[in-house]
Structures are given as structure tokens and as C-alpha cells.
Design a protein around this ligand. Structure first.
Ligand SMILES: [Zn+2]
Length: 225
């Protein structure tokens, strides 16, 4: 295979993967209508694969995913890309280790974002997944770099792979698109449980040393090797 064929088959694979991962957003009830999306970086290329804008989840196919460059310009695809493409492209430009980005307005996490309050680390799953609180990013409007900048600045100061953008919703990152979807799913689950706990009283914080130990074990030891 030539280099061009190689890139082509990688993009084909990512089109299938990104398309299929959107089923997880509806399965875990993280999205309604068309509000939420998954993207993946094309490894070694300044390209990303993302959901088309305004196409309902039932109508997504590998073929209607959109390939953009890291400035958010369409390189391949019949549809306009998600309106979050610029923000996600900014994340890929600034964070080379990120291979996938997910955006949702999932209910509980977004309820914390609406209050501008970080989700405190009061659960082992919070420590495992996020290594501390799930932080809040600034309020930013669509249309320039400000969402992307807010995501990157907030996540750089945190171990969390998810950020609650104030008055908006969740952006989650991962080494690939599947990890980013997992972070978005876990973010909603932690936000929901801590919210319910708050209704019943004051959740007990984990000590920083406990958070560190849990995070380290989960990130480095847990699961199949
Ligand atoms: Zn949004």
C-alpha cells in the first residue's frame, strides 16, 4: 500500500468508529435531538473526523461523517461539520496527546455547569476517572476560538479528562474517541450521583492522598493488561 492508501484506509476506519460511537451517546442518554458529537484525530495527519451538523443520530453513516483539517475547514464530506468543529480542532492543535473529543449537554453534568460549580471528588469513581474534581471552564460563545481556549486552559490545569463549560455543557477528551466517550459517560454518572448525594446532605470529601492513590491504581493497574 502507498502512504496515500494507508491514510485513506485509516480515515475509513475512523469514519466507521466515530459513527458507531454516537450510538453510545444515545444509549447512555447523554444527548437529545442532534445536540452532541464525537470526533477523532487522524493519527499523524492534521485532520479530524467529526459528526455532520444537524443530522439526527439515526441517520448517521460512516459515509456522512466529515473530515476537516485542524483549522476546522472541510477536507472531505458532503455535509457541513458539527458547529463544535472549531472548538474541537483547537483542542487537537493544542493538545497533541488527545486523539478523541466528545461534546454533550448531558443533564446532570450540565446542571453543575449552569451553576458554575465543579463536581467535587467524593466518590472512588470520581478519583479513578478524574483524579479530583471535574472542573468548570469559562463561559464562551460559539464563533471563535474562545470555547477551544477555555477547554484547553481548564484541562491543562487538571487531571480530569472532562470539563464543564459554564452555562453550556461537557467537553471530554481521550487518547482516542472511545476513551473520550467513556469520559463523557462517567462524567454524567458522577455528576448525577454527587447531585443526589447533595440532596441528602453533605457528601464526605476524599482526602487528597486517597484521591492520588485511587487515580494512580485505576490509571496504571486496573483492568486487563
Ligand atoms: Zn453545546
Amino acid at each position: 500500500m502507498t502512504v496515500v492508501d494507508d491514510v485513506r484506509s485509516t480515515i475509513q476506519g475512523l469514519r466507521r468508529e466515530v459513527c458507531a460511537l454516537h450510538e453510545q451517546l444515545t444509549r447512555y442518554r447523554l444527548v437529545v435531538w442532534t445536540a452532541g458529537n464525537v470526533s477523532a484525530r487522524v493519527p499523524g495527519q492534521d485532520l479530524l473526523v467529526i459528526k455532520p451538523s444537524g443530522v439526527s443520530y439515526d441517520d448517521l453513516t460512516p459515509e456522512n461523517m466529515v473530515v476537516c483539517d485542524l483549522e476546522g475547514r472541510v477536507v472531505e464530506g458532503e455535509h457541513a461539520p458539527s458547529s463544535d468543529t472549531e472548538a474541537q480542532a483547537y483542542v487537537y492543535r493544542e493538545m497533541p496527546h488527545v486523539g478523541g473529543v466528545v461534546h454533550t449537554h448531558s443533564t446532570y453534568a450540565t446542571a453543575w455547569a449552569a451553576r458554575g460549580e465543579a463536581v467535587p471528588c467524593v466518590l472512588t469513581m470520581g478519583a479513578d476517572e478524574f483524579g479530583g474534581e471535574i472542573p468548570v471552564g469559562p463561559f464562551a460563545v460559539i464563533g471563535d476560538d474562545s470555547i477551544g481556549r477555555g477547554i484547553v486552559e481548564t484541562l491543562r490545569g487538571s487531571r480530569s479528562p472532562a470539563v464543564l463549560m459554564r452555562n453550556h455543557g461537557v467537553f471530554a477528551i481521550g487518547k482516542d474517541a472511545r476513551s473520550a466517550v467513556k469520559a463523557a459517560v462517567m462524567c454524567e454518572d458522577v455528576a448525577r450521583t454527587v447531585h443526589i448525594s447533595r440532596q441528602l446532605g453533605d457528601p464526605v470529601p476524599l482526602a487528597p492522598a486517597q484521591v492520588d492513590a485511587l487515580f494512580d491504581r485505576y490509571q496504571n493497574v486496573y483492568g486487563q493488561r
